[in-house]
Design a binder for this molecule. Structure first.
Ligand code: BTN
Length: 331
């Protein structure tokens, strides 16, 4: 038996089906058989999650279903985050990673976001290409985390968490993480994260946190069995502005934890979203070298611990992991 829909979701449905027009609190309250106060509370929670909803004392509430990334910075103003997000927008870029690097060298502040409607040379992890057609979210955030370079995996893990939680906040879907930071919906890749850094002795001078989310874009047929988009899983288009706000809000919360040294919190959140732990995996360390076993844990630096069939514990620093379907080991 499926559990009843929370009030927040029912209010969202009404607002979405009237997107762009005002619906009064009284109308929503009577349609759902609840008080106007309950409606107002639900709307506030939706706003906190990232949805853009205008409130008017007489007219009620209006869902702003905008996809216009050109004005993103305006929509980020009320987020009241410690990090001041500034947006540099491009209709087309080679890779937002490269532009972010030049801007950082030119002295832009931490929190600067480079975003593009499409990328011609999008880069993925492990030297792969990243297909970035219109309709997705392709952006890089410039950060200066006060951590040694050896801890950069934590930044990569927390970004995966922020993207997964942001998608959850806006859509109610249940994204999971494949170590270190692939965001999966229905076990198919929906978002990927590429963290690059410029280091100076034992400090990270800049980190370029590149995030690619398949949102409303088409998934090429060649990768349809391994990749999906948020809209495909949800069955409707999603406001990229709302999703951006939700991801950036979650990122700020988790990044603050990293800055203040609450590493345990980050690991705990990652584990709660993990699809990898408890699964049998193969980790390709290079073309010739692989490790196979059960993914049993993630340590305090974010490294994956795999227990091989011989009972050896192997720490994985990086690599491409594959989840095996059948659990043939239960140690
Ligand atoms: C992965 O391989 O999973 C990481 C994909 C990262 C893609 C993003 S899109 C924005 C930024 N610019 C790039 O060229 N890559 C990252």
């Amino acid at each position: 038996m499926s559990s009843p829909k929370p009030l927040e979701d029912k209010v969202l449905d009404i607002l979405l089906s009237n997107a762009g027009s005002y619906v009064s609190g009284a109308e929503i309250a009577s349609a759902l058989g609840v008080s106007r106060m309950a409606v107002s509370k639900a709307v506030n929670n939706l706003k906190k999650k990232g949805h853009v909803i205008r409130s008017h004392p007489r007219l009620g509430y209006c869902y702003i279903d905008t996809d216009d990334l050109l004005y993103l910075e305006e929509y980020l103003r009320d987020l009241s985050t410690r990090l001041r997000y500034r947006v540099v927008y491009f209709e087309e870029a080679t890779s937002t990673q490269d532009i972010a690097r030049s801007l950082a060298n030119a002295g832009v502040e931490e929190g600067t976001i480079v975003i593009a409607e499409k990328q011609s040379c999008g880069r993925g992890r492990l030297g792969r290409d990243w297909i970035s057609p219109p309709g997705g979210l392709w952006f890089t955030i410039i950060l200066r985390p006060p951590i040694p370079p050896s801890k950069i995996t934590l930044l990569s893990l927390l970004t995966g968490c922020a993207v997964a939680l942001g998608i959850m906040d806006i859509t109610g879907l249940n994204p999971r993480l494949k170590w270190p930071n692939d965001v999966l919906l229905d076990e198919k890749k929906t978002a990927g994260i590429l963290v690059e850094a410029v280091t100076e002795t034992d400090l990270i001078k800049y980190a370029f946190v590149g995030i690619g989310v398949n949102v409303n874009n088409e998934i090429p047929r060649e990768i349809a069995d391994i990749a999906t988009s948020v809209s495909q899983e949800l069955g409707r288009r999603v406001s990229r502005v709302a999703l951006m706000r939700a991801i950036l809000k979650r990122l700020e919360e988790l990044y603050t934890k990293l800055v203040y040294g609450y590493v345990d919190h980050i690991i705990k959140v990652w584990k709660s979203l993990s699809s990898t732990l408890g699964k049998r995996v193969v980790v390709y360390l290079s073309e010739k070298d692989k490790v196979e076993g059960l993914a049993i844990d993630v340590d305090s630096e974010g490294l994956l611990i795999v227990k091989t069939d011989e009972g050896k514990l192997v720490k994985i620093y990086f690599g491409d992991i594959i989840h095996l379907r059948h659990k043939t080991y239960s140690g």
